[in-house]
Ligand binder design. Structure first.
Ligand SMILES: O=C(O)C1=C[C@@H](OP(=O)(O)O)[C@@H](O)[C@H](O)C1
Ligand SMILES: C=C(OP(=O)(O)O)C(=O)O
Length: 418
C-alpha cells in the first residue's frame, strides 16, 4: 500500500464495531441459558476465531442478518472428545477461551501462530490450576500450546497484573460457571485495566454478579442470562482517523463511538488535545480539528496499550519530544511493539530512545520509507498515519489489518486518502 502526503483533510468515517466487546459478548452468550443475539458484531479475523473456537466447543454460532445468533450451553460445553483450538494470532481469543475451557468435559488444547507461541499464558495457567483445573504445556512451560482440563471448582486465587489483563478477564468470565465462584486478587502494577471494566460490564449485562474493590474481584456462582447485545464502536480502530486529522491538519468526524464508553482508548483523543488538536463530542460523531501544529507531551498509556503506536506516529510530527510511559507490556503483543516503534519511526527519520517502560520520540526531518509491519495490524495502521503525514511511505503485507479492521484500507480509499 502506498501513502502520499495529504494536508487539510476533510473526512467523515464510521468506527467499526469493538473487537474487545465482540469477543466478550460471544463468550458470555456462549455460556448463557438460551439463544442470544449479538447485533453489529465486528467481522474480523480475530472475532471469527473466537466464534470458531466456541463452535468447536459445541456452541451454535450462526449468522443472523448483520448479527450473530448464539445458542448458549448454560455453563457446560457439550464436547464429545478432546478439542484442539488454533487461535492463530488472537491473544484475546486464546486467553478468554483458556479460562472457559475448564467448562468442557474433555481436555481442550489452545494453540496459535509461531508468534502466539511466544506470548505468555503461564500466570493464567497457574491460576486455573490453583482453582482446580488441570493445565499442561506441550512445548514450552508457560506458553501456548496449553492444554486445560476441567472441571475447576473456583474459589480464591492470586494473579500478577503486569503482563496481560486478558488473564484476569479469562478467569472472571469463566467464574460464574464454577461451583465456588471466584475471589481474585491482582498483584500490582496493573496494566490494561480498562479492559477489566469492559469484561465486568459485559458480564453484568448478561446478568451475572461481579464486584470489584481496588485490586480485588469477586464473582458469585450464577447463570449468564441470554440477551440481545449491541456492540458499540471501537475507539482503538478510530484512533488512526483522529491521528490522520492531527498530523495532516483539517477536520475528521468519526461516527459510531460512545462518548461515555468504558474503552480505555478513549484516552487517545485526550492525548491529541494535549498536543494541540481540538476535540468536540458532537451530536453525530466525535469531531477533531487540527491545524497540524502539535506539541510534544508526556503520556502514561498503561491503560490504553493499543493506541500507543498511533500516539508514537503522531509524536513524530510534533514540535518537541514526546515521552510515552507504562508500555513494558507492549513487548508481549502480536510483535514486540516497542521494537516496532523504534524500527518504523527510525526508518522515517524520527529519533526513538527506548527505556524498560517508556519510549521518547524526538521528531526529525521526516522522509519516506518502506515499512514491513511484520504481521502486526497496529504497526501497519500507524504506518499509514505516518505515510499520510509525511508522504512516500509504502506498507508491505498490508492485509494484516484483517485481524481487527478488515475494512481499514477501503475506508481510507473511500475517504479519498489513498
Ligand atoms: O481484553 C482485551 O480485549 C484486550 C486487552 C489488551 O491486552 P493486554 O491485557 O494483554 O494488554 C489489548 O491490548 C488487546 O488488544 C485486547
Ligand atoms: C493486542 C491485540 O490483540 P490480541 O492480544 O487479542 O492479539 C491488539 O489488537 O492490538
Amino acid at each position: 500500500m502506498n501513502l502520499s502526503r495529504r494536508s487539510g483533510v476533510e473526512i467523515r468515517v464510521a468506527a467499526p464495531p469493538s473487537k474487545s466487546l465482540t469477543h466478550r459478548a460471544l463468550v458470555a452468550a456462549a455460556l448463557a441459558d438460551g439463544v442470544s443475539e449479538i447485533l453489529r458484531p465486528l467481522a474480523s479475523e480475530d472475532t471469527t476465531l473466537t466464534s470458531q473456537g466456541l463452535r468447536a466447543l459445541g456452541v451454535a454460532v450462526e449468522a443472523n442478518g448483520d448479527g450473530l445468533s448464539v445458542r448458549g450451553c448454560g455453563g457446560r460445553f457439550q464436547t464429545r472428545g478432546p478439542v484442539t483450538l488454533d487461535l492463530r494470532n488472537s491473544g484475546t481469543s486464546l486467553r478468554l477461551l483458556a479460562g472457559v475451557a475448564t467448562l468442557s468435559t474433555f481436555p481442550v488444547t489452545l494453540t496459535g501462530s509461531a508468534r502466539m507461541q511466544e506470548r505468555p499464558v503461564g500466570p493464567l495457567g497457574d491460576a486455573i490450576a490453583a482453582l482446580g483445573g488441570e493445565v499442561g504445556y506441550t512445548v514450552r512451560p508457560g506458553y501456548p500450546p496449553i492444554t486445560v482440563r476441567g472441571p475447576a471448582r473456583g474459589g480464591a486465587a492470586v494473579i500478577r497484573g503486569d503482563i496481560s489483563s486478558q488473564f484476569v478477564s479469562s478467569l472472571l468470565m469463566a467464574a460464574p460457571c464454577w461451583e465456588d465462584g471466584l475471589d481474585l486478587t491482582l498483584i500490582p502494577p496493573l496494566v490494561s485495566v480498562s479492559y477489566l471494566d469492559l469484561t465486568a460490564a459485559v458480564m453484568r449485562s448478561f446478568g451475572v454478579e461481579i464486584m470489584r474493590e481496588g485490586e480485588h474481584f469477586s464473582v458469585s456462582p450464577g447463570v449468564y442470562r441470554r440477551r440481545i447485545y449491541a456492540v458499540e464502536g471501537d475507539w482503538s480502530s478510530a484512533s488512526y482517523f483522529f491521528a490522520i486529522g492531527a498530523v495532516c491538519g483539517g477536520r475528521v468526524v468519526v461516527e459510531n463511538l460512545d462518548p461515555a464508553s468504558l474503552q480505555g482508548d478513549r484516552l487517545f483523543v485526550e492525548a491529541l488535545e494535549m498536543m494541540g488538536a481540538s476535540v468536540r463530542y458532537g451530536e453525530d460523531g466525535i469531531v477533531l480539528e487540527s491545524n497540524g501544529d502539535l506539541d510534544g507531551i508526556e503520556a502514561d498509556m498503561a491503560a490504553a496499550p493499543d493506541t500507543v503506536q498511533t500516539l508514537a506516529a503522531v509524536a513524530a510530527f510534533a514540535r518537541g519530544p514526546t515521552r510515552i510511559t507504562g508500555i513494558a507490556h507492549l513487548r508481549y503483543k502480536e510483535s514486540d511493539r516497542i521494537a516496532a516503534i523504534e524500527r518504523v519511526l527510525g526508518s522515517v527519520g524520527a529519533r526513538v530512545v527506548v527505556e524498560e517502560d517508556a519510549v521518547t520520540i524526538t521528531p526529525g526531518p521526516l522522509h519516506g520509507a518502506t515499512v514491513d509491519p511484520e504481521n502486526d495490524h497496529r504497526t501497519a495502521m500507524s504506518a499509514a498515519v505516518i505515510g499520510l503525514g509525511a508522504g512516500g511511505v509504502r506498507v508491505t503485507g498490508a492485509g494484516c489489518v484483517d485481524k481487527s479492521f478488515p475494512q481499514f484500507w477501503n475506508v481510507l480509499q473511500e475517504a479519498g486518502l489513498l
